[in-house]
Design a protein around this ligand. Structure first.
Ligand code: AMP
Ligand code: MG
Length: 411
């Protein structure tokens, strides 16, 4: 049986990042940069005040104290967004607001709190003179040009998924069109004669198709575009028709649930064996042993197990990294937490992904299993905020043993 790591490697080797595209900045959050971004200019782009106060020459106020203030002549007012051609002379100050450019001749800003103007009403008029009651050092309360970023610096690397702060920085740099990778386009179908769409009444032996909903949600969580081909009956020709539709649509990946095991009606695997290529169809893991990978008319295919918990885990273990690689991401490692078991664990030696709640205790992170871990049971996964990783070869772990946990609630 193939190990999880080997199966992941074989899968990832079969995919490369998609082509790139350009999107308006407002649509860029969540997309992955296809090129690194260099700063076209310094940030800040000019020396500016970090305080509301008075721009001055620091050497003019070296002796300023509450008991012996230094009085300066106020020669101009500089709200944010304005600039002045005035060159400050010794003994002079300019009232300045946060973000306004530091006038020539000034080398520091004294906050309004350290002047006799503190508490006076704001507005257009500024005082003819100001008394400074505290010294400032040269450069104090000034944000110098290039303090944050120098022109030509690489500020965002290719392969990074853009977050709100990344988009904010791109705006600071005036970048309105962003080079990103295309989003993976994935066809999804579920198979099974027992499946009914929600909305109709259940009849004996039937269940609702839940995997489609869960898997579409997962695909969208990882920013894929989904072509939902619905629920296919357990018939070879129906499965073939599903595959053909996916190929025609030009998807990057065909994903299915169920029908890849050893059941008499598991036609997905049969179809692949007959009309495509099957690379592997079983992995040494729990839940989720029946995971198929291959291709159908050159289109890569991943067949997830039908059992809902297995389908979920199979997705997180195998489909997620594929989607992230296709999306152009350079790093698909996951948020993990080392945790100490508060419940003992029994396994069967397969690499196991156990549903658990992890919580921070005084002694550190602790994990408790959530309910029945059967592969058909979704409630224990719903209650879980983590999956505990039990390595292959391990059949039991006592209370107090440490394992890695994958966080499920990170967004
Ligand atoms: P199979 O892989 O076809 O042997 O299915 C394994 C188990 O998963 C069976 O109990 C199926 O009824 C169940 N199952 C298959 N497809 C779905 C689905 N789309 N939603 C919920 N359960 C499913
Ligand atoms: Mg089935």
């Amino acid at each position: 049986l193939l190990s999880v790591a080997d199966a992941q490697q074989r899968l990832l080797n079969a995919f490369s990042p998609l082509n790139s595209d350009t999107v308006p900045l407002l649509n860029a959050a969540g997309r992955v940069l296809s090129e690194s971004i260099k700063a076209p200019f310094d940030l800040p782009s000019f020396d500016n005040s970090s305080m509301d106060g008075f721009a001055l020459k620091a050497e003019d106020v070296t002796g300023a104290q509450n008991s012996s203030p230094v009085e300066l002549k106020v020669v101009a007012d500089l709200p944010a967004g304005r600039s002045t051609l005035i060159h400050l002379q010794p003994g002079q100050a300019i009232r300045i607001m946060t973000g306004a450019p530091l006038p020539a001749g000034a080398d520091a800003v004294v906050p309004v709190e350290d002047t006799d103007f503190f508490g006076k009403q704001s507005g257009g008029s500024y005082p003819g003179q100001v008394k400074v009651i505290k010294p400032v050092s040269p450069g104090e309360n000034v944000r110098p040009k290039g303090q944050d970023i120098h022109q030509g610096d690489v500020v965002l690397d290719a392969g990074k998924r853009l977050r709100a702060q990344d988009v904010g920085l791109l705006a600071m740099l005036g970048i309105s069109k962003v080079p990103v990778c295309l989003q993976p386009f994935v066809a999804l179908f579920s198979t099974g004669d027992e499946l009914l769409p929600i909305g109709v009444e259940l009849t004996p032996g039937k269940i609702y198709d839940s995997n489609s909903f869960m898997l579409i949600s997962l695909l969208e969580k990882y920013h894929a575009k989904v072509l939902h081909l619905g629920t296919l009956p357990d018939k070879e020709e129906s499965v073939v028709a599903g595959f053909n539709q996916a190929v025609q649509a030009g998807v990057d990946l065909i994903l299915s649930s169920a029908g890849v095991s050893v059941g008499a009606y598991d036609f997905v695997r049969t179809v692949l064996e007959k009309r495509g290529q099957l690379e592997f169809w079983r992995v040494n893991m729990r839940p989720g042993r029946p995971i198929a990978f291959g291709n159908y008319q050159e289109k890569p295919f991943i067949g997830l197990p039908g059992n809902p918990a297995s389908a979920f885990v199979g997705f997180e273990v195998f489909v997620r990294p594929v989607l992230l690689k296709l999306s152009g991401m350079s790093d698909w490692s996951r948020a993990t937490q080392r945790v100490r078991l508060a419940d003992p664990i029994q396994s069967d030696g397969r690499e196991s992904y156990m549903r658990a709640v992890i919580s921070r205790q005084e002694s550190g992170w602790e994990a408790r299993l959530t309910g029945h871990q059967g592969s058909g049971n979704l409630h224990s996964l719903v209650q879980a905020n983590a999956l505990l990783l039990v390595p292959s070869g391990v059949k039991s772990l006592p209370v107090g043993a440490e394992v890695d946990a994958w966080l499920l609630n990170d967004v």
